[in-house]
Design a protein around this ligand. Structure first.
Ligand SMILES: [Zn+2]
Length: 281
């Protein structure tokens, strides 16, 4: 992706230099449990990783050059999402787009959806309309999840912002009300529809970003598609040494995540992302 030297977003809340150690005091593991237990935060599901043999690094500590690069990259990508969604809301929704705030943190932080740590992966919290990303996650993405390349990271940012789009459209609120009254398996099935729609919206973003900014390099779409594959529930569970259990899926299989991203990318049309009325996901 062509991103160096490009416009960055004003909607970044950088918490990386807050005394992370202090904020961490006492939450640590508990904060992690809280955010996982709530369930309605919408993140990259790295729980299979947490159950794997190796401990997941908590991040924290010094801001490295890689962190700085990641922060600038995220900010440029966020700015791109703002322009694209402002245009799409005008053209396809008929309303003004109110952008999300993106919180950068390192190690641990708090959100109204619960405590966050780098180990939980990036997520979106609907109640404060903020996306949370630990800049160290991109290292996890490429090294532990096997999703390298800058556009894999762009896809992750675009996916979290897609949850904000769903929130602005009232879709998240409705889905979460349904989930609250459903059995666990039904709640998971609703979550899958939410997540696949976010993947489809991420694809829409990629298409329009390329059209507007000519920002995609050859291979970028393949990087996003590979990321979608690596964070599919079946692949994550298999890589954690488990037999995939479909009733526990909250994000969709690798094949589904790739297909819905592609559908958004090919069409550029929000009506093509209606996972809620799709017979086949
Ligand atoms: Zn998500």
């Amino acid at each position: 992706m062509q991103w160096r030297g490009r416009r960055t977003s004003r909607n970044i809340e950088d918490r990386r230099r807050m005394s992370g150690g202090k904020a961490a005091g006492g939450i640590g593991g508990l904060g992690l449990i809280a955010v996982l237990a709530i369930g309605y935060f919408l993140g990259i599901d790295v729980t299979p990783l947490l159950q794997g043999a190796a401990p997941v690094q908590q991040g924290g500590g010094e801001i490295t050059r890689a962190d700085e690069e990641a922060a600038e990259f995220v900010s440029v990508t966020l700015a791109d999402t703002e322009e694209v969604w402002a245009e799409l809301f005008r053209a396809q929704v008929g309303e003004a787009y109110q952008p999300a705030t993106l919180v950068l943190f390192k190690g641990v932080t708090q959100s109204p959806c619960g405590g966050a740590s780098g180990a939980t992966g990036p997520f979106y919290c609907p109640s404060d309309k903020k996306a949370y990303i630990d800049t160290a996650f991109f290292t996890t993405l490429s090294q532990r999840l096997g999703a390298g390349g800058d556009f894999a990271a762009a896809y992750v940012v675009a996916h979290e912002i897609a949850h904000h789009v769903q929130n602005e459209l009232g879709i998240l609120g409705q889905a979460n009300r349904m989930r609250a009254q459903a059995s666990e398996a039904q709640s998971n099935a609703i979550s899958v529809r939410v997540e696949l729609q976010a993947d489809c919206y991420a694809g829409i973003w990629a298409r329009h970003a390329d059209r507007k900014f000519d920002s995609l390099d050859p291979g970028d779409v393949a990087e996003a598609m590979n990321a979608a594959k690596q964070i599919g529930d079946d692949t994550l569970q298999r890589n954690a040494g488990r037999v995939p259990a479909p009733h526990t899926f909250t994000h969709g299989t690798s094949e589904q995540r790739q297909r819905w991203f592609e559908r958004g990318f090919e069409s550029g049309d929000m009506t093509q992302c209606d996972t809620f009325s799709a017979n086949r996901l």
